[in-house]
Design a protein around this ligand. Structure first.
Ligand SMILES: [Zn+2]
Length: 457
């Protein structure tokens, strides 16, 4: 991608009284965000609704009704972008078998995910960024596979965003690989996502981030009638679902319970998304999902991958998982006329900006640590150049007080060591790689610094 340094410059005052950092807004990312069309998003959602139901046990062979028609259509929409990608985009079904006596799906059935892989342009870069939504839908009864289940918001909105991103991003080049997943099986137990997470584990995918989009188009709640399309939630786990003893020991040693990889990704989405998307505030919810619930990111978290859920701020329970009907004067059902397409546009943009910025960024610094030898009220941080990919042009040091949820300062440095006049006892620190155009990597939360090689004489 053509890099025009500092063409559009945003001045971010990180705090009123502290250091200032200049963050560039990449004009190409801005251009891609501007290409997202609310009209197209609505067309995608209405097409998905036209299949009547996308229940996991609905017809697989009817050309215009049921889940089979839906996965065929999603696949054909994604395949339209292969020519523009000059062969870098590959679209496939990923099949898996679920169900059996005594299970929610009562007989074994083969389901299909649709997976579009946009290969990275750097052959030595094995990083993968995943973005998902689910195309299956349901109504009240688990096994009702014939009633009208429009699933416009849940999760037609997420699938529409994925299709729009494939369309726009396939024509561009990114060093890292981007995998767009339209999943089935979600409504009966996250089966499509479980299948993909197990595959990623078995094939040892180097996933740096997984963004699950599930319900990103409803802007009013059923109880309050508040209309708010200016806020979206990002859910991220705190203490990771997957932890080895060694990882748990390091977490406790460095007080990292609020600084796991999913939490760093959530903060990254907020910063990057708000950099590019106007009139959208990202609210970080510091839990894996809604109270006691889960989503397609959960199986990825369980396998130790960095995964979060993006979701509308307000849910409308008159509509979710209901057969469309007017009851007591209230229209129930997840119908396309109740989706706020301008809101879907903004949320799709949030995904695009995040994924693009990350796919263009250099790899994360390695061996990031805080020097602990000697008692001092200063903090020395040390890290090493990432072994893969282009050398970063610099690094951002992030800082915040320990009780703060978000990074408060962002300081650009060029070496691989810095001493700051702030105590490691009173602040948390993070380190990012950054290129000349301002694309930053995810944040690495440092442990204890290794002794430099020169001290082992
Ligand atoms: Zn859903």
């Amino acid at each position: 991608m053509k890099k025009i340094m500092f063409l559009f410059i945003l001045l971010f005052i990180i705090t009123a009284t502290q250091a200032q950092t200049i963050i560039s807004r990449d004009p190409e990312i801005k251009q891609m965000v501007d290409e997202i069309s609310a009209v197209r998003l609505e067309q995608y959602v209405r097409k998905l609704v036209s299949f009547h139901t996308r229940h996991n046990l609905s017809s697989r062979n009817d050309p215009s009704r049921g889940i089979g028609a839906a996965w065929n259509w999603v696949r054909s929409e994604m395949e339209k972008n292969i020519p523009a990608s000059e062969g870098r985009l590959e679209v496939k079904f990923e099949e898996y078998t679920v169900g059996g006596p005594g299970q929610r799906i009562q007989k074994p059935v083969v389901l299909k995910n649709v997976v579009a892989t946009l290969k990275g342009t750097d052959g030595n870069d094995d990083r993968k960024i995943l973005i998902s939504a689910h195309f299956d839908s349901r109504v009240q009864l688990d096994n009702d596979s014939t009633s009208f289940a429009p699933g416009a918001d849940d999760d037609g909105s997420g699938v529409a965003a994925i299709l729009e991103l494939v369309r726009i991003m396939s024509a561009r080049k990114f060093p890292a690989t981007i995998i767009f997943m339209a999943l089935s099986g979600e409504e009966h137990g996250l089966y499509g996502a479980r299948h993909m997470a197990a595959k990623a584990r078995d094939e040892k995918w180097n996933i740096i981030a997984m963004l699950n989009n599930d319900m990103i188009g409803n802007s009013g709640s059923s109880e309050t009638l508040l209309n708010d399309n200016m806020r979206v939630r990002v859910f991220s786990e705190g203490v990771p679902a997957f932890e080895t003893e060694q990882m748990a020991a390091l977490r406790k040693y460095s007080s990292a319970e609020n600084d796991g990889k999913a939490r760093q990704l959530a903060r990254y989405i907020k910063e990057t998304g708000e950099r590019y998307i106007d009139q959208l505030t990202v609210t970080l919810v510091f839990r894996n999902d809604r109270f006691g619930r889960g989503g397609d990111h959960s199986p990825f978290c369980a396998e130790g991958f960095t995964a979060v859920r993006i979701c509308e701020y307000n849910e409308n329970y008159d509509r979710t998982h209901k057969v469309p009907a007017v009851l007591n004067g209230i229209q129930e059902g997840d119908l396309p006329e109740y989706v706020d397409y301008e809101y879907v546009r903004k949320n799709a943009g949030l995904n695009l900006a995040t994924v693009a910025n990350l796919a263009l960024a250099p790899c994360e610094p390695v061996n990031c640590g805080i020097v602990v030898s000697g008692l001092t009220n200063k903090t020395t941080l040390r890290w090493e150049v990432p072994p893969k990919g282009p050398k970063p042009s610099g690094y951002y040091i992030l800082m915040r007080e320990t009780w703060q949820p978000l990074w408060e300062k962002k300081i650009l440095v060029t070496g691989t060591e810095i001493t700051l006049p702030y105590s490691k006892d009173n602040y948390f620190f993070g380190i990012q790689s950054v290129d000349a155009s301002g694309h930053e990597s995810l944040t690495v939360f440092p442990g204890q610094a290794r002794r430099p090689a020169s001290s082992f004489k």
